[in-house]
Design a protein around this ligand. Structure first.
Ligand code: NAP
Length: 276
């Protein structure tokens, strides 16, 4: 029996690229899931489309049951679905904040809860959480997105320790800037939360402009295959790493943040966003 892999958010970007990469291995059966399965690519060999909305308990249960009935357990869970809710801490609508945490934090946590009993029965499994370099450092106007990714860091660290005795290995993949649908969604949320008469209008504008420039930069942003390759390593390596930071620019930024204290990093950010 081939091992099964459940990937969330496979209709686009990193999830879609990961499904394609993993499906090239003959020993894996890939379940590419999306909340609107009609948005999934026509399934290639080894890829099975399934409906799964990470904010919907019933759909999460049904997807896990579907795979367990065919494979005994979910062999690997790739918690990828997510988006960036942008806007200042003061002005972002709390409903939008709750949606952010439902999708980026509670959904992946609940899916882990649902697959773990099967993994324990099978004597092992893999959980790969797609965090972000944004779980290691914070840019202004991204506070709620960063908070959700910091939460993914904490949950991954706790779960890695708790699940290890059962043969379940947990890895965190922390991408830098990746050219996917992410930027469009993020700038859409920023536009929704930032009114023209906002006291933060200049900062919102500077962050939006900087985000667009950064995703256009060949030095800072890469395509989703770079992440898919790393997720494949985390799923298949005999001894996967606890963390994989993806893109050289992300590695440099994470180190910079660690080396600079809070005040020095704020000064660095002021250089990026100007005195706003
Ligand atoms: P993307 O192209 O926008 O893809 C996001 C995926 O998540 C889409 O398939 C989307 O599905 C799905 N999704 C959103 N809400 C969902 C829900 N409630 N249930 C199920 N699926 C849902 O962006 P991406 O860059 O590939 O993002 C994938 C992950 O990488 C996210 O967790 C993101 O935070 C992380 N990440 C991205 C970057 C980056 O720069 N791109 C950097 C660091 C981390 P729909 O098509 O239905 O909306």
């Amino acid at each position: 029996m081939t091992a099964s892999v459940l990937i969330t958010g496979a209709s686009s970007g990193i999830g879609r690229a990961t499904a394609r990469h993993l499906a090239r291995r003959e020993d894996l059966t890939v379940y590419a899931t999306a909340r609107r399965p009609e948005t999934l690519e026509p399934a290639g060999p080894g890829i099975h489309p399934l409906a799964l909305d990470v904010t919907d308990e019933e759909s999460m249960r049904a997807a896990v049951k579907h795979i367990e009935e065919r494979h005994g357990s979910v062999g690997a869970l790739v918690n990828n679905a997510g988006y960036g809710q942008y806007g200042t801490v003061e002005e972002t609508d709390m409903q939008a904040v709750r949606r952010q945490f439902e999708t980026n934090v509670f959904g992946p946590a609940r899916l882990a809860q649902l697959v773990l009993p099967g993994m324990r029965r099978a004597g092992g499994g893999r959980i790969v959480n797609i965090g972000s370099m944004g779980g290691r450092l914070v840019f202004p106007v991204g506070g709620y997105y960063h908070a959700s990714k910091y939460a993914v860091e904490a949950l991954s660290d706790a779960l890695r320790f708790e699940a290890a005795p059962f043969g379940v290995k947990v890895s965190l993949v922390e991408p830098g800037l990746i050219r996917t649908g992410f930027e469009d969604t993020a700038s859409g949320t920023l536009a929704d939360s930032a009114g023209d008469d906002s006291v933060y209008a200049a900062l919102n504008e500077a962050v939006g402009r900087r985000m667009a420039d950064s995703y256009r930069s060949r030095l800072l942003a890469v395509g989703p295959d770079a992440v898919a390759t790393v997720v494949k390593r985390a799923v298949t390596a005999r001894r996967p790493r606890t963390r994989y930071v993806v893109t050289p620019a992300a590695v440099a930024l994470v180190h910079t943040r660690r080396l600079l204290g809070g005040r020095a990093f704020d000064a660095y950010l002021r250089l990026q966003f100007g005195k706003v």
